[in-house]
Design a protein around this ligand. Structure first.
Ligand code: N7H
Length: 483
């Protein structure tokens, strides 16, 4: 626990999605370019008061808690709006100074292109051999200046807010100041899969707690606010560098967006074909076990570091217990959790220790998109409809956060370092190596260096961009103000 006195967060100045997440059953991401800067600024002045702040989200969460305590079952009509700008958008609005984040300045398209630098393999997205461009949908290869996030508990509520926004920016009139490049709408999956992503695993269980704001659950690590929010105490520094984010970034955060398609029938087919064989385990249970060891949690969300051999849905639902593990008893063995399991690769906890982990923490706020798997897809083991994760995460440094986690951990076959197995392999969920196949070890508790090869990617990046989610003050007093 830090003894340094810290300034409380100015929740009125922070956009609502960053530290707590907009409340949502559905969420639309609208990707736009600015056609006319001055008209856009005028629209932004109207939009700014409608942006959902962290204060509002905090109140809404309390309202929902009360609503549930009163045993009311109808959904409260809550909607939300947030906004974030790419470096193109900031430049158009006159903010051209260096924001001191290489990934943000480069943009995600450049970051996703294959590199010849073996020490910095980048995001590793599959690419077209001729153009060397990542195999993204064309919309994400265009210049995107900003993204507007609209959330709600139903389609109607969300559409009402979208119409309001279109009006601010004169859409469909001669005063139109923006043009839509693309939009993606996500939705929480229907019951009983509510809260689970498309591979079937419960998501959104582990987030860092923010010092001076959250009360951490047992095992939940606390990070200084500056790890997520720029210009805040401690943490808002790159290791070895002085904090050099410009003043106008204070209370803002970088928003990483990735459209990650998930090939669910193919993933399930892979599990079915490679069950873990143990005495007394049926092939179905062996497949479920393999999935749990690739993820580090059972589908219910129960962590395998605590319950390695069988699922425990009660543990999964218990916030006092479901993050209370740190691999400290298994630093060199994988009887419980493989070194390559998705949650161990992306948050290796005591494999690295608190000090090294702090600058690498991110807050994830994504939502699944696309329909449920159809009977026909199940039968053919082939994806016919686009579905996946609208991946969103926040951090005060993309270089230290998302970019580092993807490049240096998920895509790095030697990470975590210093284990008896010197090349644990890729993160079997999100590890990428361009157009090559990927291996991972540790899945078989009885033969921990045995390796499995994924010949196709079950998670396919289809595009994205790096954005900056400004404070309300910067939105009103800098971005919406005429130069
Ligand atoms: Fe991951 N999944 O639903 O299968 N992730 N993730 N992720 N992820 C986590 O602990 C998933 C992706 C992290 O603190 C869980 O909340 C899928 C990227 C981190 O112990 C599940 C995709 C990055 C954690 C998933 C995807 C991360 C985490 C367990 C892509 C960053 C917390 C639930 C389609 C580069 C680890 C939970 C911790 C957990 C899934 C992407 C990072 C189920 C499907 C791109 C830091």
């Amino acid at each position: 626990m830090s003894t340094t006195p810290q300034t409380p967060l100015n929740l009125d100045n922070i956009q609502g999605d960053i530290i707590q997440g907009l409340l949502k059953k559905v969420e639309r991401y609208v990707f736009l370019t600015i056609k006319d800067v001055e008209l856009f600024r005028a629209g932004l002045q109207q939009l700014a008061p409608a942006i959902t702040t962290a204060t509002q989200v905090k109140q809404e969460r309390e309202m929902i808690k009360q609503h549930k305590a009163d045993r009311k079952t109808h959904l409260l009509p809550i909607t939300g709006i947030n906004i974030a700008f790419s470096r193109f958008g900031l430049n158009k609005l006159g903010l051209t100074e260096d924001i001191n984040d290489a990934a943000f300045t480069k943009g995600q398209l450049n970051d996703a292109r294959p590199t010849s630098d073996l020490t910095k393999p980048g995001l590793g997205d599959p690419f077209d051999e001729l153009s060397r461009d990542p195999k993204w949908i064309p919309e994400f290869k265009k210049q995107i200046d900003l993204v507007i996030l609209i959330s709600g508990n139903c389609e109607e509520g969300l559409e009402e807010r979208a119409a309001e926004i279109r009006q601010f920016f004169g859409v469909g009139t001669p005063q139109q100041s923006i043009e839509q490049i693309y939009q993606l709408q996500g939705n929480v999956r229907p019951e009983p899969e509510n809260g689970h992503e498309h591979f079937g695993f419960m998501d959104g269980i582990s987030q860092p707690a923010i010092e001076n704001f959250d009360i951490p659950f047992p095992g939940q690590k606390t990070v200084p606010a500056g790890v997520i929010l720029m210009g805040n105490d401690l943490g808002d520094i790159s290791p070895g560098k002085v904090p050099t984010h410009p003043d106008w970034t204070k209370d803002g955060s970088f928003l990483v967006f990735r459209k990650l398609a998930q090939l669910v029938p193919e993933f399930n087919d892979f599990l079915a074909k490679n069950p873990i064989v143990l005495p007394g385990l049926t092939p179905e249970a062996g497949s479920e076990f393999l999935g749990a060891r690739m993820m580090g949690r059972w589908k219910s969300g129960a962590p395998i570091d605590i319950t390695p051999l069988k699922d425990d849905p009660q543990l999964a639902d218990d916030a006092e217990r479901n993050n209370n593990f740190n691999y400290s008893d298994t630093l060199n063995v994988q009887d419980r959790c493989p070194f390559t399991a998705h949650i161990r690769k992306t948050n290796p906890r005591d494999d690295l220790g608190d000090v090294a982990m702090k600058p690498r923490r991110i807050i994830r706020q994504g939502i699944p998109y696309g329909p449920e798997v159809t009977a026909e897809e199940k039968l053919s083991n082939k994806t016919a409809y686009d579905r996946g994760l609208a991946f969103v995460c926040y951090q005060s440094s993309i270089d230290n956060g998302f970019h580092f986690i993807q490049e240096s951990w998920a895509n790095n076959i030697q990470f975590p370092f210093g284990k008896l197995v010197t090349k644990p392999g890729f993160d079997p969920i999100i590890g990428m190596k361009g157009n090559d196949t990927r291996d991972f070890t540790g899945f078989d508790p009885q033969a921990q260096d045995k390796s499995l090869t994924e010949t196709i990617d079950f998670v396919v990046p289809q595009g994205g961009e790096y954005f900056f989610s400004p404070s309300i003050k910067t939105l009103k007093e800098v971005l919406a103000k005429s130069a």
